[in-house]
Design a protein around this ligand. Structure first.
Ligand code: FMN
Length: 352
């Protein structure tokens, strides 16, 4: 009552009204500092590993990937090979020992990948006679001895992949990709038909093929396929009004910040998350599903509430939600005009 009266008085006086808005906008932008603080403090909590020793399973996975990817990459570099990777191989072995000491599962894909890469690396050193003293080769061979790796002399490593482009039909790929992209639109109306879990799993398998920094694969997909859960989640999001409740399924894409080492990587969860989300959209589209990305431009309070309500770890950054369903026989979608290509492409020149 008093507020309304005050507002009416201010509105009646033009100068006062102007000053009121000036102060209001300043306060509003000051409040946004809270958003920055929220981001900075999460980076501090989850990405500064010096303090945390980096020994949880997800941190060990990330460190293993970081180091064994150096071995994989080293094997694929062009030009004449010189000795490489000795230090990285020692890191990998040390991390694998830490993994085993913690009792983490030894059928884990990253654990197995690290062993596979060590084996390939050892074979590469031997085949190209790179390790003149043989010390690294001996250390790796001893490490891979049974029971850790059944028979490292007989088993061939699966990395690196040898790709022969000779028989790849690039024109066919271009056409199907073009078609897939053209029909991928944001749908805001869905058929009521439920979405099978197997279709989502297949789309996630495709999304898993997206590139990620050092192959650390920080993304996860949370499914809201029960109407009450979906509605609760969508209540925190501001762009689904009028259609969110027609989506039989809402996905929440997150990226785990614990896969990154320090503040220099602060944006990486969002970069990897965006690439993953795009592939996920196409993976859905390729199987006849349609989708609409839903922004996660929320206040820290809403972000925290969703973490709390659904039991998400604070280290999981929410990248976006995606409404998913089957299309109706006919649907209207915005054309969503695109900028001209020449407005997007810019050739770099040195100006200073
Ligand atoms: C990260 C992201 C967030 C989005 N958030 C919303 C949203 O909250 N509500 C909505 O209706 N559309 C949302 N969209 C869809 C965009 O409006 C849409 O992608 C854009 O207009 C281009 O249209 P198209 O997807 O049909 O090609 C979002 C898209 C992205 C990539």
């Amino acid at each position: 009552m008093i507020k309304r009266w005050l507002k009416a008085r201010i509105a009646a006086n033009e100068r006062l009204f102007e000053q009121y808005w000036h102060v209001k906008l300043k306060l509003r932008s000051a409040r946004k500092l809270v958003y920055h603080w929220y981001d900075v403090s999460r980076v501090g909590r989850h990405m500064f590993w010096g303090r945390m020793q980096g020994q949880t399973q997800i941190q060990l996975q990330a460190r293993l990937l970081f180091y064994y990817h150096k071995l994989e990459k080293g094997m694929c570099m062009p030009g004449a090979k010189r000795m490489f990777g000795g230090e990285a191989a020692d890191h990998v072995m040390r991390l694998l020992l830490a993994w085993e000491a913690k009792g983490f599962p030894t059928d884990d894909a990253i654990y197995r990948g690290a062993l596979d890469s060590l084996l390939a690396y050892r074979d590469c050193l031997v085949a190209l006679s790179l390790d003149k003293q043989g010390a690294v080769t001996r250390r790796v061979s001893a490490f891979l001895a049974p029971p850790r790796w059944p028979d490292s002399d007989a088993a061939a490593a699966t990395t690196p992949l040898r790709l022969s482009l000779e028989h790849i039909d690039f024109e066919r790929h271009r056409q199907s990709l073009d078609e897939l992209y053209r029909i991928r639109r944001s749908f805001r109306d869905f058929a009521p038909q439920a979405v099978e879990r197997s279709v989502i799993d297949e789309a996630v398998r495709i999304a898993q093929l997206s590139p990620s920094a050092c192959n650390r694969q920080p993304c996860r997909v949370h499914l809201a396929d029960q109407p009450a859960i979906r509605d609760k989640l969508l209540a925190y999001q501001n762009g689904n009004r009028g259609f969110g409740d027609t989506a039989p399924l809402v996905l929440m894409v997150t990226a785990d910040m614990r896969g990154f080492f320090d503040a220099s990587e602060r944006n990486q969860p969002y970069v990897d998350g965006g690439l993953f989300a795009m592939s996920l959209l196409l993976g859905l589209q390729a199987q006849g599903l349609v989708s609409c990305c839903l922004n996660w431009c929320v206040a820290p309070s809403a972000d925290k509430a969703v973490h709390r309500h659904f039991g998400l770890d604070d280290a999981e950054a929410i990248i976006m939600l995606i409404a998913v369903g089957y299309p109706k026989a006919e649907t209207l979608v915005p054309l969503s005009h695109r900028k001209h290509v020449h407005d997007v492409v810019h050739r770099l020149e040195a100006v200073a």
